[in-house]
Design a protein around this ligand. Structure first.
Ligand SMILES: Nc1nc2c(ncn2[C@@H]2O[C@H](COP(=O)(O)OP(=O)(O)OP(=O)(O)O)[C@@H](O)[C@H]2O)c(=O)[nH]1
Ligand SMILES: [Mg+2]
Length: 360
């Protein structure tokens, strides 16, 4: 977007990566436990200089920008031609920008907020040309997204239980694989629960991610009661002193009352083990579904109560504007974004990094 106006955004320094600590071998599970070998990992300490940290932040934004290439194209299709050569900012230009934001899935609330702020800055002469418009636009977009930037803190309970929900194919199981890797890199021990007992290959798919991450997977196979699988897994994680348990569930639509009741049952059963569990009810949302996905998430929220969102497939042709709609309407924390199918194609959500990558 606005490639011709390209202006280096100030990179936000990233905090140094935490030390890697091997997962305890006591986490072995009789069900499917590759954790023993993790105990053989050596402790890696990495001390980062401020310069190294700054470089890493720059690389991260560049990486993210590359991953968002298609989203950027969809988001800003024709924007360059539209603004190219504009010497002054007039009302036609602002009208056109408004239309483009709306068609990029930014949604009416966020678009109105952006346009009103820009118009205000234009009348105060803070914005006088396309260059200052670009800078202000970036600032406004970051301000809108910032409330959604809330890191998932998993230290409040042990095991910290993350229940992953969402519609079919949104990227739940893949995100669980990425999350397991993310937490392991933070030195946490992780266990997975195969709560999708509906789809034939779902358990195997999760076990595959378990192997890749070297973490145990608790399962009972297809057709089992998901609440019972997840209950057993949390008990097992407690007895093995596991830090984080991530439970997969089958994809469902908010209109399938029986399946929504099943999620409510899982939550009820978990609260018998720990009144505060699940500690995170994370919905995985495919950004490609745009405003429809937003509606679905709202319905899940009304029905079972969500505490966080992971937005996937932002590497595809999704219109990245959906994040602004989320910020303005759902006001749920966006914990992570998915930018590919690989284990590392995933970022904790940063408003600043996201807008910089989108506008770069
Ligand atoms: N490009 C891209 N593909 C993704 C991303 N996340 C998941 N996928 C792909 O989306 C497809 C569905 O992912 P799953 O993780 O199986 O989705 P799910 O929500 O568990 O699906 P069900 O269990 O069938 O409801 C797979 O092909 C994944 O590789 C992402 O961030 N980017
Ligand atoms: Mg799945």
């Amino acid at each position: 977007m606005f490639g011709f106006l390209k202006r280096k955004q100030k990179k936000q320094p990233e905090t140094a990566a935490p030390l890697e600590i091997p997962v305890e071998s006591s986490a072995a599970s009789s069900i499917d436990s590759p954790v023993d070998s993790a105990a053989e990992q050596s402790i890696e300490t990495s001390i980062e200089t401020p310069a190294a940290t700054e470089n890493k932040a720059t690389d991260n934004t560049a990486d993210l920008s590359r991953s968002l290439e298609k989203t950027k194209r969809t988001f800003s299709d024709g924007m360059t031609d539209f603004l190219l050569g504009k010497k002054s900012i007039d009302s036609n230009l602002i009208d056109e920008l408004e239309t483009r934001l709306l068609s990029a899935d930014v949604g009416i609330n966020a678009t109105t907020a952006i346009i009103e702020k820009l118009q205000n800055d234009i009348s105060r002469k803070v914005i006088s040309d396309a260059d200052s418009l670009h800078i202000k636009l970036a600032d406004i977009m970051k301000t809108i997204l910032l409330p959604c930037e809330q890191t998932l803190n998993t230290d409040s309970a042990k095991p910290f239980v993350i229940l992953v929900v969402g519609i079919n194919g949104a990227g739940k199981t893949t995100s669980i694989g990425k999350l397991a890797n993310h937490f392991k890199q933070q030195g946490k021990s992780v266990m997975l629960a195969a709560g999708d007992t509906f789809r034939a290959a779902a358990v195997e798919q999760l076990q595959e991610w378990g192997k890749r991450n070297d973490v145990p997977v608790v399962s009972q196979g297809t057709g089992a009661d998901p609440a019972s699988v997840i209950f057993d897994a949390v008990q097992s994680a407690s007895s093995k002193n596991i830090d984080i348990i991530i439970a997969d569930t089958a994809g469902r639509l908010h209109t399938q009352d029986n399946l929504m009741d099943e999620l409510a049952k899982i939550k009820r059963v978990l609260s018998k083990l720990d009144a505060t569990a699940p500690h995170e009810t994370l919905i995985v949302m495919d950004a490609g579904f745009g405003q429809n996905a937003l509606h679905q998430v709202q319905q899940f929220h009304n029905s079972i109560g969500l505490t966080g969102l992971a937005v996937t497939k932002l590497d595809g042709t999704a219109k990245g504007g959906i994040l602004f709609s989320i910020a303005k309407t759902l006001k749920l924390p966006v914990r992570f974004i998915g930018i590919g199918e690989g284990i590392n194609d995933f970022r904790p959500f940063s408003a600043s990094e996201f807008v910089d990558a989108l506008l770069e």
